[in-house]
Ligand binder design. Structure first.
Ligand SMILES: [Zn+2]
Length: 421
């Protein structure tokens, strides 16, 4: 069993503040769980707004601080202590004074187990191997070779390595989804899961990044075919199923980053719920063209949402018909130029998240005016009240499945999630 911990940078910082400021010996946080073929992943913290019986039954993550001299201790360190009647199913996370790197152990009824990796969700998307020195944040810039120009622009080999390690799920593989798919594959990410159950139709083949003879093929299959030729270093998986299909949900839950670019907000809501439950960063893209004749205005909304923020509480979703125009709903048509712009801005935000230059949610609105004006407007990514997703499902892990897999659960979630943008 490969044991992983995903924890938010905010949770680490808050725990260290309590330990250092209030003298608490440790902080214990409830954690959600994801299990997958040989993987046990703990997701920390589970929101305090989760149902109390979920919180009671949740495994615990105990965060404490050790002196720098103990940095290289392995999980065997824990075996030397009498565990007595301590609560079972606990992951101990020992941090060090510089706030980077860790030692860790998973304690269950039977034994003490090694933790393979700790993933820190926040600026830099760091990955720590417990008991090892943390990898450098930036690293060297090579003089030449494949990707050397990109490595220089990202800030160094260590940033590129973190980008290369990313596994991404893309929900909605149309004009916009294929634009971001191509960029992320070119950026070198390890794996992309493409999720869409539509077929390529004659009217969208020229807007999509697919081969011209793809009409009639499944959208994810058609885009995967292109990516395998243009970015052979990226493993591409096609899932011709709707976003709420169990295989789609499992693919999103297993990804390090969830990207949504569907033309309807139903799949966005499912992806947002999965992102909240599994503490995954969520990049949401939407473009729109409104008006007619020479009176055409175009724009895009680009939202990078980190745990604690979601597509429901920052910007909202449109699950019911409404009056105001929105860049997330197509009106006059769709443009490959606009989709490419929005995808490029989204990809740039991901690069900055991985580099550590962005550590909080961002919402950018792009406006292409009637007469050649182009502006990018940063909008406040502040949560809008008590969020049913962040507050109710944050970090709950696989317990979210009941909410999104059953039609009744999804409808209930939609009602709670529906609010004006
Ligand atoms: Zn939210």
């Amino acid at each position: 069993m490969r044991i992983l911990l995903t924890i938010t940078r905010a949770a680490i910082d808050a725990a260290l503040e309590r330990i250092r400021g209030h003298g608490d010996p440790f902080v214990e946080l409830p954690a959600g769980v994801r299990t997958d073929d040989g993987v046990l992943e703990l997701l920390c913290p589970m929101t305090s707004g989760a149902p109390s019986h979920w919180l009671r039954a949740a495994p615990r993550v105990r965060v404490f601080e050790l002196p720098a001299g103990l940095r290289r201790i392995s999980h065997h360190y824990w075996a030397s202590f009498d565990r007595g009647r301590q609560p079972l199913h606990r992951l101990d996370l020992a941090l060090f004074p510089d706030g980077r790197g860790c030692s860790a152990a998973w304690l269950d009824e039977a034994d003490v187990h090694r933790v393979a990796e700790v993933r820190v969700v926040g600026a830099g998307l760091e990955r720590w191997q417990p008991g090892d020195e943390p990898p450098e944040l930036f690293g060297e810039v090579p003089d030449d070779g494949a990707f050397s120009r990109r490595i220089g622009a990202l800030g160094g080999e260590a940033v590129f390595a973190r980008q290369r390690a990313l596994s991404v799920a893309i929900v909605g593989v149309g004009g916009l989804g294929t634009a971001i798919g191509s960029l992320l594959a070119a950026a070198g990410v390890a794996r992309i899961a493409l999720i869409d159950h539509d077929l390529v139709e004659p009217h969208n083949v020229e807007r999509m990044q697919v081969f011209a003879d793809s009409t009639g093929a499944s959208k994810p299959v058609a885009h995967a075919e292109l990516l395998r030729r243009t970015a052979p270093w990226t493993e591409v998986v096609s899932l011709a199923v709707p976003a709420e299909h169990p295989r789609a949900i499992a693919a999103c839950a297993a990804a390090d980053l969830i990207v949504t670019a569907p033309d309807r907000d139903g799949p966005r809501l499912v992806a947002a719920a999965v992102a909240a439950a599994f503490l995954r960063p969520h990049l949401d893209l939407g473009t729109g063209v409104h008006g007619d004749g020479t009176d055409i205005e175009a724009g895009a909304d680009i939202r990078l949402l980190l745990p604690g923020h979601c597509a429901v509480c920052v910007g909202g979703l449109e699950l019911a018909a409404r009056e105001q125009p929105s860049w997330r709903r197509e009106r006059a048509g769709s443009l490959r130029s606009l989709n490419t712009l929005a995808a490029a801005i989204g990809c740039r935000l991901v690069e900055q998240l991985v580099a550590g230059a962005v550590g909080e949610s961002r919402w950018l609105r792009l406006r292409s005016g009637r007469h050649g004006e182009l502006e990018t407007i940063p909008l406040a990514a502040t949560p809008d009240g008590d969020c049913p997703l962040c507050g109710g499902l944050g970090g709950v892990g696989m317990r979210v499945l009941r909410a999104v897999e059953e039609p009744a659960g999804l409808v209930a979630l939609s009602r709670r999630g529906a609010r004006p943008a």
